[in-house]
Design a protein around this ligand. Structure first.
Ligand code: DON
Length: 307
């Protein structure tokens, strides 16, 4: 018998294809030019089978979906205690590009917002690392998680860095508070390169399936992080992955998730599956409109809500 999963995924895409609401990310010039109609879904099981539908061959920049995985790298490189000293684990209740520092500690509230992710990038490798070593670390880890060698989209990188004043201003505040130690320009350039890594939906589902599988990449069988780190990352995704829409998302969809402004969305169901979706138009929270609806559909149809 033919496997019914790809047909089901295609059905979900077809049911939502007419939804052309939302806008592409306007603040990164290259993304504003992206083809708006792409729509793709992928599922990777914790046993290592991958199923895709739609425009699954299209690469797009990972953007904020890099944040949970770079956070994992920071924990591996520095230990959880050092990371917690600089980045909290509370929902910010604010948009992804707000500074959202915690009163008293001046830590960014969590690693999913830009301020927390810039801080996490600054922790990669070790205290003496160069900017290039931090970017290499992110690229290597993401490639191991995806199970193939990934690369950076240089034109999206240049386009975003050219308009990165907001992130730069936050990085200066972070250095003032001792949250990052290095030159804010270098850290933001590295973080922006990390956001410019190209992925497909199947890369995203494989990366998420590695978390679902307790840190072991289910296709290559490589242990990439320990179980406690995978659990920490999934927990923060549940708390803050969808920014100021995180509570609505967790109650409605019930899948720890992370979105990116290029239109990607990744979700993880512990012990079961990683899910990747891609559609460039975004809702008012900066989350992909059709990807969000595809997740809602999957959650309802397949009883995927965690609770
Ligand atoms: O730093 C930025 O603004 C982008 N590189 C990433 C933001 C993002 O993906 C927000 N998520 N939906």
């Amino acid at each position: 018998m033919q496997n019914p999963i790809p047909d089901y995924l295609r059905e979900v895409l077809d049911a939502l294809r007419d939804d052309t609401s939302g806008e592409r990310a306007g603040y990164i010039p290259e993304l504003a030019e992206a083809h708006p109609d792409y729509f793709a879904l992928a599922v990777t099981t914790a046993m290592g089978s991958t199923y895709t539908a739609g425009d699954a061959g299209i690469e797009f920049t990972i953007q904020s979906i890099s944040k949970p995985f770079a956070y994992a790298a920071a924990i591996m490189d520095r230990g959880l205690d050092q990371v917690l000293e600089r980045i909290g684990v509370e929902p910010s209740g604010e948009a992804f590009n707000e500074l959202s520092l915690e009163a008293g500690t001046n830590r960014p509230k969590n690693p999913m917002i830009n301020a927390g992710a810039i801080a996490a990038h600054g922790l990669l490798v070790g205290a003496d690392a160069t900017g290039e070593q931090r970017v290499d670390r992110a690229l290597e880890l993401f490639s191991a998680l995806a199970g193939r060698q990934l690369r950076i989209d240089e034109s999206v990188f240049a386009s975003e860095l050219g308009t990165a004043d907001h992130n730069l201003s936050m990085a200066h505040m972070l250095r003032k508070h001792g949250i990052i130690a290095d030159d804010p320009h270098e850290v933001v350039a590295g973080y922006t390169r990390q956001c410019s890594i190209l992925v497909t939906v199947a890369d995203l589902s494989a990366m998420a399936a590695t978390l679902a599988n307790g840190g072991v990449q289910p296709c290559t069988h490589e242990r990439i992080m320990d179980e406690a780190t995978a659990r920490q990352v999934m927990s923060v995704m549940a708390v803050a992955g969808m920014y100021d829409g995180a509570g609505d998302w967790l109650t409605r969809v019930g899948i720890p998730a992370k979105s990116g402004v290029a239109g990607g969305l990744v979700g993880v169901l512990p012990d079961q599956v990683g899910i990747g979706a891609f559609s460039p138009r975004l809702d008012s929270h900066g989350n992909s409109q059709r990807s969000r609806r595809a997740f809602e559909r999957l959650s309802t149809d397949m009883g995927m809500h965690l609770l």
